[in-house]
Design a protein around this ligand. Structure first.
Ligand SMILES: Cc1cc2nc3c(=O)[nH]c(=O)nc-3n(C[C@H](O)[C@H](O)[C@H](O)COP(=O)(O)O)c2cc1C
Length: 144
């Protein structure tokens, strides 16, 4: 059984709705799912999972500060140990596209993590179709 970790930040609930949909999909596919706000997550969470789904809103064309803070805290101990881990990324933006998600991808790619599927970025509040896509993503990452 795959251990799926979902780490996210969300101030107004848009990215959180996506995170919940990813979690529902992964659970439905039989994975063990842990969903944590970035502020509550640490290096041990990363080391103890098989797949990570990172969720961040676009704040000032960058990942949310809380997600950056998570990487700042975890990176020193995990950076040499992530090459066997897989990840996906998702998040919401206001109008400026997906640069925030790209900043997450850059850190994960630099640690040698394997990006499994294209990241999902949605504008503001996710539609039912967006949430369905997140659920599908959760199912796919659980079935690896
Ligand atoms: C502090 C702050 C900065 C933001 N900066 C951007 C930005 O640079 N580009 C953009 O497209 N949206 C920006 N937004 C809009 C958010 O990305 C958008 O409202 C998103 O849906 C919020 O997701 P959340 O509900 O998960 O927090 C910003 C919002 C906040 C609160």
């Amino acid at each position: 059984m795959k251990k799926v970790l979902i780490i996210y930040h969300s101030q107004t609930g848009n990215t959180e709705a996506m995170a919940k949909a990813v979690a529902e999909g992964a659970l439905a596919a039989g994975a063990t799912v842990e969903m944590k706000r970035a502020v509550e997550a640490d290096d041990k969470d990363l080391l103890n999972c098989d797949v990570v789904a990172f969720g961040t809103p676009n704040y000032f064309s960058y990942m949310a500060g809380m997600v950056k803070d998570f990487f700042d805290r975890a990176w020193p101990t995990v950076r040499e140990k992530m090459a066997n881990k897989s990840y996906v990324a998702f998040g919401s933006y206001g109008g400026g596209g997906m640069p925030a998600i790209e900043t997450v991808e850059k850190i994960c790619d630099n640690m040698g993590m394997k990006r499994l599927y294209d990241s999902i970025g949605v504008q503001r509040q996710p539609t039912p179709e967006n949430l369905k896509a997140c659920e599908e993503l959760g199912k796919k990452i659980a079935g690896l």
